[in-house]
Write a protein that binds this ligand. Structure first.
Ligand SMILES: [Zn+2]
Length: 83
């Protein structure tokens, strides 16, 4: 069996936690870069009833206001409800 002193154990523990922290930072950076808003692919909409402003995916034809639930058509450029 391997004999480990308290200081060696603490050193191994700190090394493992440092590697885990580094991996979490790298993963979070990769994730946030991947989910970055792409304004050219999304549309900014404003609800005519409550003036809530929200983002919808360009490919969606109809969107519900997240605040009051009013359904809106995501039309062509300058369509109803578009900001
Ligand atoms: Zn609304």
């Amino acid at each position: 069996m391997i004999q480990v002193t308290a200081s060696e154990g603490l050193l191994v523990y700190l090394a493992v936690m440092g590697v885990a922290l580094g991996a979490a930072v790298i993963w979070d950076g990769w994730r946030s870069r991947r989910q970055h808003w792409q304004v050219s692919e999304d549309r900014l909409m404003r609800c005519p009833r409550c003036s809530c402003t929200f983002i919808v995916v360009r490919t969606v034809r109809e969107a519900n206001c997240p605040r009051c639930g009013v359904q809106q058509m995501v039309g062509k450029r300058g369509g109803r409800g578009r900001v």
